[in-house]
Design a protein around this ligand. Structure first.
Ligand code: R5P
Length: 310
């Protein structure tokens, strides 16, 4: 077994490699002056099972293309098995036709990864679990709920907790966390009047005097979370902690969070945000490297991955 990293999140790849006590495969991945990507594998990988770690985060298209070229290079170098480890799976929010005449981009991405030559995909908190069905190969979707539950039990245990889903789509994820930490559940009825804009209509549940735990898969512009926090505070919430797997943090998101009434935003490192969140004590990062390392080990040894979450 070998692990190889793309360039989108080297920090995470290095931590996973430490965890597995394996060196990253020696590669030469660079950009030509016109933006084209060049990939070269500098060691023999013939007959090996290779795990390629690459988040398709911003710049999504470049990082996706790089992943495809690495997979292609591995296939042409006779790797026995290629697993695309995609901690953050970009384009996942475009998983259906919300209005007529639009692309189902997540399916196009799945086709590209398949045709490049991957045999398996490992990812984390897929925006929609059914994206697994876009692939005709095994897809292991890892969950961050145990990591978040551990943090909450360690740091927030004496508080009166209630888990809050920031929209109806996130109820299952939020209920999973609420069950694990034995907390109540509330739901925010969110509407999107226009793409990229969100509006809180109602809060279902009693949050008065409680510590709210919002959990979501993605924070992008920050609109959903900042509005949710505002609404919860207006309804009498004591304080609001936010747990997010994929911190896309586009545009003014970081400064919006700084100015908001969020007590703390806890994110993972599926996307490398080291520069963006430098010296920001409102944002804390929990690493998923040990979870990913363990999952890779189990896949390689043909052991159960789902046991990690029981
Ligand atoms: C939507 O269904 C996702 O789970 C997130 O709530 C959404 O992507 C967050 O976007 P933003 O931060 O731009 O409101």
């Amino acid at each position: 077994m070998k692990i190889l990293s793309g360039t989108s999140n080297l920090k995470l790849s290095r931590n996973i490699s430490k965890q597995l006590k394996l060196k990253l495969v020696n590669t030469n991945i660079k950009r030509f002056a016109d933006g084209e990507i060049y990939v070269e594998i500098n060691e023999n990988i013939r007959g090996n099972s290779v795990f390629v770690i690459q988040s398709t985060s911003n710049p999504a298209n470049d990082n996706l293309m790089e992943l495809l070229l690495v997979i292609d290079a591995l296939r042409r170098s006779s790797a026995k098995n290629i697993t695309a480890v995609i901690p953050y799976f970009g384009y996942a929010r475009q998983d259906r036709k919300v209005v007529p005449r639009t692309s189902i981009s997540a399916k196009v991405v799945a086709n590209l990864i398949t045709n490049a030559g991957a045999h398996r995909v490992v990812t984390v908190d897929l925006h929609a679990g059914q994206i697994q069905g876009f692939f005709d190969m095994p897809v292991d979707n890892l969950f961050t709920t145990p990591l978040f539950a551990r943090y909450i039990k360690r740091k927030l245990k004496s508080r009166k907790l209630i888990c809050v889903s920031p929209d109806v789509g996130g109820v299952q994820r939020t209920r999973g966390l609420a069950t694990k930490i034995k907390a109540e559940l509330a739901i925010i009825d969110k509407r999107r009047p226009a793409p990229g804009k969100s509006q809180v209509m109602n809060i279902i549940g009693d949050v008065k005097g409680k510590t709210c735990i919002i959990v979501d898969d993605i924070i992008d512009s920050g609109g959903t979370i900042v509005n949710a926090v505002e609404a919860l505070k207006k309804s009498g919430a004591q304080e609001v902690y936010v747990f997010i797997t994929h911190a896309v943090l586009s545009g003014e998101a970081v400064s919006k969070i700084k100015k908001s009434k969020i007590k703390k935003l806890i994110i993972t490192d599926t996307i490398d945000n080291s520069q963006k969140i430098k010296n920001n004590n409102k944002i804390e990062v929990i690493s998923i490297s040990s979870l990913m390392g363990e999952a890779i080990k189990r896949i390689s040894n043909s052991n159960s991955v789902s046991d990690l979450f029981n």
